[in-house]
Design a protein around this ligand. Structure first.
Ligand code: NAD
Length: 482
């Protein structure tokens, strides 16, 4: 009988587990402190305690070599691959949002394509006056706020980058995804121990609140804030007085002109728009299609699992998926109905009395530019299509629909002038040409992965180096070899 190494056995188990859809875990089996019989490590009732523990973890990691840090990251990648099915099922069970198969794929992407310590590169400058070194140092303890839309994915992706940079981390996760986020915090601590690190390196709360976020934002041991979420929380961390990285909301438009491969554009757009039921902030949110190809594009989308609703049905659905809320200044605003975010297209269609088959994964409709489906970031598999007469009108409306977030935009075209014009005008952090949106975070596109895309503060597709501070060391008049 062949002898299999531990690595080979692990590989087979991972593959088998990856192909199985675990049943949704029963709610009695998990909460913010445990999963099944496992009690999570690194979870605290009090934010001050959590920060103290992360600081101790940071001190321990500071004393370790970069090679040892990389061992911890290797273990995080391994456990993430092995436990992706569990986290995917838990994420859907807890939040009610997204799709288990796509969430699994997101975890594998994070495990495989989030950069580690290789991302930290020192610089040297030599000259008549000697040698100057610039090294990328850790901040210390990072305070991170994470969303409900990619909860464990963001915790793991942030942890890999922040630990590679030599930091400890305290998370204040979204309360609606606390069990899933804390599962990931525990996974990182288990990996840390297996990799020879301290027992606790990343921490989180039993019950995160706006108050615990406020303690984190003002605590002297927190040297860097990293926030992934909507406009409210990005505003809060940017006004904290600390160095902050803000990864905020988007509303990615897609332009399709009449030089595009229309069949492929239709399929790519539906693939991107429906990925994890449209939860990723980079996913296609509204389409501007040249009038002369719009019918063909819609037909291609219908062949790719879209269901076309008419204008009256779109208005009826808008009244369900968007609700009115009065803000503290008495202004009435439309906000997304949380019960509809990240739900399957069939579930949303049922709300307007349409029974759709299992193969339907997206709702498409023709609307005007002012329709709320175009203007609001829905995060649901609903895709409005606006007809435009030419590239000038397409760019003008798409830039307006992006609302100055400068987050993500997409275009399907073979006309390099049109592609360049839109890219220049929209000024987004990510611009994807002729592919589904997820190519922009390394899924079928070149480049590393992240779930924290920092447009407002400029770090872009964050990675380990984003969580470092530069330090310079000068040796005057010596240490040249020429
Ligand atoms: P959300 O804004 O509701 O919550 C994000 C986090 O912020 C949560 O942990 C929440 O508890 C916390 N929070 C909210 N207000 C706060 C405040 N005033 N002070 C401190 N903490 C506060 O986000 P969500 O619904 O979970 O995620 C969806 C939003 O996040 C979308 O707008 C999406 O575009 C955006 N997002 C952006 C990125 C990116 O990389 N740019 C990635 C994922 C999600």
């Amino acid at each position: 009988m062949a002898n299999f190494s531990e690595a080979e056995i692990r590989e087979v188990v991972t593959r088998v587990l990856g192909n199985m859809q675990p049943a949704a875990p029963a709610p009695k089996d998990w909460d913010s402190k445990h999963y099944g019989s496992r009690k999570f490590v690194g979870i605290y009732d009090d934010m001050n305690e959590a920060i103290k523990a992360a600081e101790a973890g940071y001190r321990a990691v500071r004393a370790m070599s970069v090679e040892q840090r990389e061992k911890i990251i290797t273990e995080i990648r391994r456990l993430t691959r092995e436990e992706a099915p569990v986290m995917a099922a838990l994420g859907v069970a807890e939040t009610g949002m997204g799709r288990v198969d796509h969430k699994q794929a997101k975890h594998l992407l994070v495990a495989d394509k989030t950069p580690g310590t290789e991302d930290i590169v020192s610089n040297a400058k030599t000259g008549d006056n000697g040698l100057t070194l610039v090294e990328m140092a850790p901040f210390g303890v990072v305070g991170a706020i994470t969303p409900s839309t990619n909860p464990s994915e963001t915790v793991i992706c942030n942890s890999i980058g922040m630990i590679a940079a030599g930091n400890g981390v305290v998370f204040n996760p979204h309360p609606n995804a606390i069990a899933t986020s804390n599962y990931a915090v525990d996974l990182v601590n288990r990996a840390c121990k297996l990799g020879g690190g301290p027992d606790v390196l990343v921490c989180s709360m039993v019950k995160p609140t706006l108050d615990s976020a406020a303690i984190m934002q003002s605590h002297p041991l927190i040297r860097l804030l990293v926030c992934t979420g909507g406009p409210g929380v990005v505003r809060a961390v940017l006004s904290s007085g600390k160095k902050a990285i803000g990864a905020g909301a988007g509303n990615p438009p897609v332009i399709v002109d009449d030089t595009a491969d229309i069949e492929k554009a239709g399929k790519d757009i539906i693939d991107g728009c429906t990925f994890d039921n449209n939860l990723p902030c980079i996913a296609e949110k509204e389409v501007f299609a040249f009038n002369n190809i719009a019918d063909k594009l819609i037909a291609a989308m219908l062949r790719s699992g879209a269901y076309l609703i008419d204008a009256a049905q779109a208005d009826e659905l808008a009244k369900i998926v968007l609700v009115e809320k009065t803000d503290k200044n008495g202004k009435v605003k439309k906000i997304v109905n949380r019960d509809c975010v990240g739900r399957d297209a069939a579930v949303l269609l049922e709300k307007i009395g349409v029974k759709a088959g299992k193969d339907i994964r997206c709702i498409v409709c023709e609307t005007g530019f002012d329709h709320p489906f175009v203007q609001e970031e829905l995060m649901m598999p609903i895709l409005p299509i606006v007809r435009v007469k030419d590239i000038d009108e397409a760019i003008d409306l798409a830039v307006k629909a992006e609302h100055g977030n400068r987050h993500t935009a997409h275009m399907h075209s073979k006309n390099i002038d049109n592609l360049s014009r839109f890219a220049r005008a929209v000024e987004t952090t990510i611009f994807v040409k002729n592919a589904p949106s997820y190519a922009g975070i390394g899924f079928g596109g070149e480049g590393h992965a992240t779930f924290t895309i920092a447009g407002p503060t400029g770090e872009g597709i964050t990675s380990a180096r984003s969580f470092t501070r530069q330090r310079r060391c000068v040796m005057a008049d010596s240490f040249r070899i020429i």
